[in-house]
Design a protein around this ligand. Sequence first.
Ligand code: SAM
Length: 303
Amino acid sequence: MLMMQPRQTQSFLIERMKEAGIRPHGQHGQNFLIDLNLLDLLVRTADPGPKDVVLEIGTGLGSLTGRVAQLAAAVVTVEIDPRLFALAAEELSGLANVTMLQQDALKNKNAMHPAVLEAVRHKLDAHPDSRLKLIANLPYNIATPILSNLLTIEPVPISLTATIQKELADRMVAPPGTKDYSALSIWMQALCAIELVREMKPQVFWPRPKVDSAIVHILPNPAKRALVGDLPFFHDFIRTLFQHRRKFLRGVLVSTYRDQLEKAAIDQILAPFDLPPDARAEQLSVKTLIALSKAVAERLSDT
Ligand code: SAM
């Protein structure tokens, strides 16, 4: 069966699109992976098996979908572009365990589309004891919201293996005090172990993107998650702090919570952390930011 899947080479893509009278759409991040060894590496890293329900965002022409479908219990794949959806439907027509959705995978920047989650839950229910994995060559423009939002769905995927822009991968693994350390670094590191598996040059895609890419393998960790407490509060908290990353932490907290907390209350919250008066959020470890978020949430719930 695997042998019957078309090989996604540049000439295959050009030919198939020419036949259909279409061109790749830059706006939707349509850069197809044409290095088949890297496609294999992506699949091997994700290691889909008969217990796995796989979510793929961005079907494209269905090349990754077809490979994964040979190995997994079921694949739910989502494609926004009706032209590609139609081509992929032809390529994947023989695969009974593939569910194709033609729509935006996101409801908005902060949430996955409910129809995608419903399709995934349906497949998880249909396969008792199955686990959810994300495997995708993600469109660049939505890689951050997709990966961030999938960490708050129920059930959380056991792994997320994806190609993303290298700069985003660097931000995910960045340590405190570096220029790449951001709300995304903290959110991902607070909830997951993250491995940067392979860096990739633009020429492994057609058409070539302007930037380097990377395969990341993200393993959400339930024990880490339990330490964070209120996830939506923590997410908002770190995003607010990093909107003002160059400002002193105390000042940011005072102005953010000015309607709910006195300056004295902010000082009481900060006292046990023993931070210098000019401390900035960008210097604090993930552990300290989690503790600070909990201390603020607790104080707010007392008011
Ligand atoms: N999986 C294919 C591959 O590896 O060759 C295609 C990957 S390509 C980088 C990303 C795909 O995501 C494109 O086909 C694009 O149309 C689709 N896409 C872009 N934005 C999307 C969105 N918001 N929801 C669903 N699919 C989207």
